[in-house]
Ligand binder design. Sequence first.
Ligand SMILES: Cc1cc2nc3c(=O)[nH]c(=O)nc-3n(C[C@H](O)[C@H](O)[C@H](O)COP(=O)(O)OP(=O)(O)OC[C@H]3O[C@@H](n4cnc5c(N)ncnc54)[C@H](O)[C@@H]3O)c2cc1C
Length: 401
Amino acid sequence: MSSADLSLEHHEFGEYVRRWLAENAPPPPPERLPITPIEVMTIGQRDYLQAWQRKCYDAGLVGADYPKDYGGHGNIGFQRIANQEMNRAGVPFLINIVGLSMAAPTILQHGTEEQKRKFIPGCLSGEEIWCQGFSEPGAGSDLANQRTSAVRLGDEWIVNGHKVWTSLGHFAKWMILVTRTSKDDKYNGLTYFLCPIEGHPGVTVRPLVKITGETGFNEVFFQDVRIPDAYRLDDVGKGWAVAMTTLLAERGASEGAGSGGGGGESAIRDLIALARGTWRNGLLAADDPVTRDAIMKRAIVAEGLRQNAKRARVPALCDHPMRLPLQQKLTGSEFQQDNARLGVEIAGAHSTLYKRDPRAPQAGHWPLAFLNSYGNTIAAGTNEIQRNILGERVLGLPKSK
Ligand SMILES: Cc1cc2nc3c(=O)[nH]c(=O)nc-3n(C[C@H](O)[C@H](O)[C@H](O)COP(=O)(O)OP(=O)(O)OC[C@H]3O[C@@H](n4cnc5c(N)ncnc54)[C@H](O)[C@@H]3O)c2cc1C
């Protein structure tokens, strides 16, 4: 197919997605939705979001790039367009964030044929919610310091240990799990599993409360948990390499299998709406030149992030495979934080009104978004660590002591 034919197909798909979203916007949720999928707390929120993901999947907006044999739609290059249109339309996010942007790409790259057929379709449709079991009390930035052990017993592995900060663990059917299978080698002693969670004997999920007052985080305890060897992903001792695939995908190296809601454009739209509805010193904030300038600066960063995402698709512009994903994670999370800070500033004293206060501007979104934004600068590897990796491995600067 020529590039002209392909761009026509992309254009037509974009038109289709825009039309579909306009005609199929979901009904208002039964209860307030959180800002991101990792704060989904109630069964009502979960059911509503799972039904929305299923609808988007059935319409071809999720799993667009994935092979048909694994439940995808086989239209390579289309997922980016669907993600972009979903962000633009400001529709609800897709709940299965770990399944879509971490588990599915990792299984696609490292899984056996059987694993791909068994696990990927449920990630895409949202029927099976996934969580990520990487972090432990002593293994965050130093991810290779894993203590959760897996010991082989015939065709099974026996897992014992403790994971923490497990987003969506309370609704998850499966976990992507990194374990220690040998103490002799820090990196080559790790093995990666696809572990059943929901109702699985020996697994205990305990919720943790965040600074926002929401749950969504969990601790997960493993006591003599049995995992069939058929659920091991890639070879014994290859867990570090597999985890790196997951982390690159998590930090945005690929379009993933779908995303929606909360993009740069909608953040700028929300700031403009706030400024248009806020009076300060007898003047609408939207008429205040300083506020206008601040919002424009955010809009320029949003455009920069959008252009960077485009650059990431041109191999000739990607001098180092980690540069753009790490850069996007770093600047994207700080972009969200700066937007939220500006929202709080525009709302002024009203920012002290929290989400259940009827007088709170935009239903208390801004203080919640501000508190929430600190999670994004920590999750998927802290921004300090991203800066170190960019400096040392991408730019070749001397190592920090
Ligand atoms: C919102 C959110 C969702 C998350 N969801 C999940 C999940 O679903 N599954 C999962 O497995 N984990 C999850 N995490 C955990 C996340 O991956 C870790 O919090 C992160 O990797 C940091 O690890 P830590 O919390 O142990 O901090 P630490 O590693 O203890 O770091 C503490 C501080 O020291 C700094 N620091 C540490 N080492 C260095 C260094 N070498 N150089 C410079 N500074 C350093 C860090 O930047 C940080 O500021 C989530 C975290 C958040 C905030």
